[in-house]
Write a protein that binds this ligand. Structure first.
Ligand code: GRF
Length: 192
């Protein structure tokens, strides 16, 4: 992974599908002097993603990509990312699976935040699964993206206690707070 040199920030694209609280948080951190990245592009697979509002709010370019036309789109997206000099991709609540070709072309430069203590609970509905299993702890993980779902090398992980009163909503709220701590920290870790 290319490291940041001096004050030059690494150009980053954040991929979203939903409300974009991680996106907003990354934008905020990227503006701090000692964080080595800038958010230069927001990509979403749907124009319904609430997080797209941050494009306007922070004057960051956005692009909607129809991921159903996977292969054809790959080339187009790769070309676009190259043109924008994007060196790092952060998936933040992005609900589509990237093609192997795309991941290969960006190998080691795509990271994701997942709301569980990986390798536990890959995929969806992590909080319900953790509660149903009677787990004492939940958490979140930032990891490299490989062609195997939620299985790439772990960069940072944060654990929290599940209380007996927790349901999936309260747990997801608690975990999201920690996501907002570890995602920027993980980027700093790999770029510094
Ligand atoms: C987060 O819990 C993230 O871990 C998961 O999807 C959620 C996205 O939340 N992959 P937001 O859109 O960043 O608010």
């Amino acid at each position: 992974m290319k490291k940041s040199i001096g004050h030059e920030k690494i150009k980053t694209a954040v991929f979203i599908s939903g409300k974009g609280s991680n996106l907003k948080n990354l934008i905020k951190f990227s503006k701090l002097k000692h964080y080595p990245f800038s958010v230069d592009l927001i990509i979403s697979n749907t124009n319904k993603a609430k997080g797209l509002k941050y494009s306007k709010e922070y004057k960051i370019e956005k692009k909607i990509i129809n991921y159903d036309k996977k292969i054809k789109n790959d080339k187009k997206i790769l070309k676009f990312l190259k043109k924008k000099k994007i060196k790092l991709i952060c998936l933040a609540g992005f609900m589509k699976i990237l093609s192997n070709n795309f991941i290969k072309k960006f190998e080691g430069k795509i990271i994701n935040i997942h709301p569980s203590l990986l390798p536990k609970y890959k995929g969806l509905n992590t909080h319900v699964r953790a509660i149903k299993s009677g787990d004492k702890f939940a958490g979140c993980t930032v990891h490299y993206v490989t062609s195997k779902l939620d299985s790439g090398k772990i960069i940072l992980q944060k654990k929290i206690k599940i209380s007996r009163k927790d349901n999936r909503y309260s747990l997801s709220k608690k975990v999201l707070k920690k996501e907002h701590l570890i995602y920027p920290a993980a980027i700093k870790k790999i770029l510094n």
